[in-house]
Design a protein around this ligand. Structure first.
Ligand code: T4K
Length: 395
């Protein structure tokens, strides 16, 4: 505890940056064998063998009948929005990556932001019900941080109001609710396999579906509307995942249990490192519901601990710990949605000022987590000095 904080001019604790979202890599030699296999076969895209294996592996892992791998989750969402025929307005949270809103806007559908629960960070079903208008055609909740939404309440709402229901499950690979894997709720769920996700395919995503006809529609949309050689029966885009991504996704998915164990260990260690700090509270993760524990999320309470979330980010950044404030400033404050306000989102706006994510994943070991814990403790031990320093920098 003796070393001075780097914020005050000392050497940073870490020589190179620690990121939230540093990629995990599974078995490198297996991946290289798969790459060689792709090169040997000279089959790089368009429903190759690795894509088929990856889709089967995801379907098996998520226990859903239909999986379509796509180039990224954003295009997966757009395809699902179009396949479901969403129009008018769709209700979404604002505390999410902007793709949740943009996938609608891109398809000519207006995202309408409803507030979230203070403990769940997920869409509040009552706020969603209040936001329903005659123009509403669907609900698009996000399983934020991989924690499942109030799926029963949303199914009930969708049924009572005749609305479509699809989930942004970008964070939720491996998550389940009451024992049911997350892809089995609503009409479609979309995963992300972006490089920063626990399981990655460099870039990538997947649409999980239970209905064969809807899966077929999404399949057409993913591949220019081709229903066979030389036969196009509808408009479509190109959202096909290529073989190298599928090989990476497969290799990464095979290591899920290892990644999950690492993340769970980090999560529990962070809980211990931060124990007793009045200004910092870890967001609870249930390993049975969210085995990936892909995000380590905490809430900063300036009234209790004296530091703001952004004070803490500045302290950490000076030490080369690149913690994040996902998803500041919130979609409702971004273009083009900000101009459509005012939005009534008190819980969202409060959390956007106080939520913080810490580095995790295989790039870190328990020593890193301990040193991050020490930095945070040091910051809380000299609140007045940190505040004064930050104010001076801002002037
Ligand atoms: N819905 C939700 C709820 C989402 O969170 C996302 C994506 C989507 C939909 C859309 O999914 P995709 O269409 O992307 O499949 C990143 C990702 O780009 C994005 O995929 C992800 N959510 C979001 C939460 O995080 P940024 O803008 O924070 O990325 P960036 O470049 O700042 O990277 C994050 C950290 O990871 C950095 O500190 C650096 C590190 N990093 C990043 C990359 C790409 C590495 O160490 N290596 C790398 O290769 O959005």
């Amino acid at each position: 505890m003796s070393k001075e904080l780097a914020l005050f001019g000392a050497q940073p604790e870490f020589d190179s940056p620690l990121h939230v979202g540093q990629p995990n890599l599974g078995d490198r030699s297996r991946l290289q064998m798969r790459f060689d296999d792709i090169l040997d076969r000279a089959w790089y895209s368009n429903n190759g063998i690795h894509l088929q294996r990856f889709e089967e592996a995801v379907a098996d892992f998520c226990q859903v009948p239909y999986v379509l791998a796509v180039t990224n989750a954003t295009l997966g969402l757009q395809i699902a929005v179009r396949a479901l025929g969403l129009t008018g307005e769709v209700i979404v949270p604002s505390l999410t990556f902007v793709a949740t809103a943009h996938c609608l806007e891109w398809e000519g559908v207006r995202p309408v932001f409803a507030d979230i629960g203070p403990g769940t960070h997920n869409l509040d079903p009552q706020a969603v019900e209040r936001a329903i208008t005659p123009q509403t055609s669907g609900i698009l909740p996000v399983h934020l941080w991989g924690r499942p939404c109030a799926v029963e309440a949303f199914e009930d709402l969708a049924r009572r109001h005749g609305l479509h229901l699809l989930y942004d499950a970008a964070h939720a690979l491996g998550s389940s609710h009451a024992g049911t894997p997350i892809g089995n709720f609503g009409e479609a769920s979309i995963l992300s396999f972006h490089a920063t996700k626990m399981v990655n395919s460099f870039e990538g995503g997947a649409i999980l579906l239970r209905d064969e006809a809807l899966a077929e529609e999404c399949r057409l949309l993913r591949n220019f509307g081709f229903a066979g050689k030389d036969r196009v029966i509808s408009v479509g885009t190109n959202a096909k995942m290529h073989e190298f991504s599928a090989a990476m996704g497969l290799t990464s998915l095979e290591a899920f249990a290892t990644f999950a164990e690492v993340n769970q260990n980090h999560y529990y260690q962070y809980c211990e490192e931060f124990a007793g700090l009045p200004g910092l509270k870890m967001v609870e993760m249930d390993p049975l519901e969210v085995p990936s524990m892909h995000y380590v999320v905490a809430i900063v309470d300036p009234a209790a601990g004296g530091l703001t979330r952004d004070d803490l980010l500045a302290v950490l950044e000076a030490e080369n710990v690149l913690a994040r404030r996902y998803f500041y400033p919130g979609c409702h404050r971004m273009a083009p949605y900000a101009d459509r306000g005012p939005w009534d989102l008190p819980v969202t706006e409060d959390l956007l000022e106080r939520v913080i994510q810490f580095p995790t994943g295989t790039a870190l070991d328990s020593g890193h987590v301990h040193r991050i814990g020490q930095i945070v403790r040091k910051a809380f031990a000299q609140v007045d000095r940190v505040r004064a320093w930050r104010q001076r920098l801002e002037e």
